[in-house]
Write a new protein. Structure first.
Length: 378
């Protein structure tokens, strides 16, 4: 597994990488010549507690015998000693190109590695070739990142930066048309919002997230079929609620899919085809007058009784209603997996319990934007 961590200035990306090293057995990998920037060289921790790394020169030719003997000057004009130059060259797990790093990990893909050296989308495109790569981004509100930078500068005895100067630097770091990282960051599968005030708090919240969960690399069957159900829901034309459903056979082959909406020949619900839905009745009210076919019903009708065998599983992004549950029992489905609850969950569960149909809720590992202060939502 290889996790790449990217983010804005003082967002905490290096601290997240260090957390993976300390708590999940990851090894940190480096590119020999990352493009240095403020976001790479300053504090990246929640509370400015990480150790500053020496800045690496952007030109590989600077690693010459002459530069070793005399020291090198980095992009921002900082002079590195010959000892530092040698240390950079001798740093373990350092690679000249992203291809070399990727080849190294490919031969050891069952081990865990992390890198914060993803300076461009071109480098990212190299890493995403492999199914064991996950891109994670870290961000924080601008004022929080500025305070972290100020704290780091004070501890290091470096010149402080006004908020206006920091905003300008951050905007360049993210949105420069040639070197900005916003496009790269937007491609992250998991985007962490880090507002933690201390390293201990950040580590505690990261512990609840289970970042190395393999389902994020290759979805489990539950995750895969639930994603198909959610995709089907996007075809729904019901004004009340989007629902999608997938019926799966014993050998994990999709038998049919369905989504809710008005039947063939009738106007779509979203175009006024179902008066009940368009009147905005609450859940469970006036169902006998509803003209929409539920997602589960559509999936069952599409499959037909002859194609449903013992061991079939129905995936639905919303727990089936009472009316659908009795039909599910009648056709002989063995298990129902749902993502979100509904107003009739208790009644539905009772029907399935009596009929011997297993009912369980599946909650996938959180992806997309994850606010670390609100882990109870995921």
């Amino acid at each position: 597994m290889l996790i790449g961590v990217c983010g804005g200035i003082c967002s905490g990306k290096k601290t997240v990488a260090q957390y993976l090293v300390e708590h999940h057995g990851f090894k940190h990998l480096y590119l020999q010549s990352p493009h240095p920037s403020l976001g790479d060289s300053d504090s990246e921790s929640a509370a400015s507690e990480t150790t500053k790394q020496p800045e690496t020169p952007s030109d590989p030719q600077l690693f010459s015998s002459a530069s070793i003997s005399t020291g090198i000057t980095t992009k921002n004009g900082t002079k590195l000693s010959s000892e530092t130059t040698l240390a950079l060259r001798a740093q373990p797990n350092t690679f000249s190109t992203p291809e070399e790093l990727l080849d190294f990990v490919t031969k050891r893909w069952r081990s865990r590695f992390v890198t914060t050296d993803i300076p461009t989308e071109a480098v990212l495109d190299v890493f995403v070739r492999r199914p064991f790569f996950l891109l994670l981004s870290v961000d924080a509100p601008l004022t929080i990142r500025w305070h972290r930078y100020q704290e780091r500068a004070m501890q290091a005895g470096s010149p402080e930066m006004s908020l206006e100067e920091f905003v300008a630097t951050s905007d360049t770091h993210l949105y420069d048309p040639h070197t900005g990282l916003s496009q790269l960051i937007s491609r992250a599968a998991v985007r962490l919002l880090n507002t933690s005030a201390s390293l201990a708090h950040l580590y505690a919240t990261l512990g609840k997230l289970d970042i190395p969960n393999p389902d994020r690399l290759r979805p489990s069957w539950d995750n895969y079929f639930m994603a198909l159900a959610s995709l089907a829901a996007h075809r729904s034309n019901c004004m009340k609620r989007r629902v999608g459903c997938v019926l799966v056979g014993k050998e994990r082959r999709v038998i049919s899919t369905g989504y809710n909406g008005t039947p063939r020949g009738l106007r779509n619900c979203a175009e006024g085809g179902c008066p009940r839905c368009n009147e905005g009745n609450s859940s469970g009210v006036g169902l006998s007058t509803c003209l929409c076919i539920h997602a589960e019903e559509n999936a069952l009708l599409e499959a037909g009784r002859d194609r449903i065998r013992e061991g079939s599983v129905l995936y639905c992004d919303t727990c089936p209603c009472l009316t659908c549950s009795i039909k599910i029992c009648q056709v002989g489905i063995s298990e129902v997996v749902y993502a979100h609850g509904y107003s009739m969950d208790r009644e539905t569960a009772q029907v399935f319990r009596e009929a011997g149909v297993r009912l369980r809720q599946f909650i996938p590992p959180p992806n997309g934007l994850v606010h670390l202060e609100k882990m109870e939502l995921y």
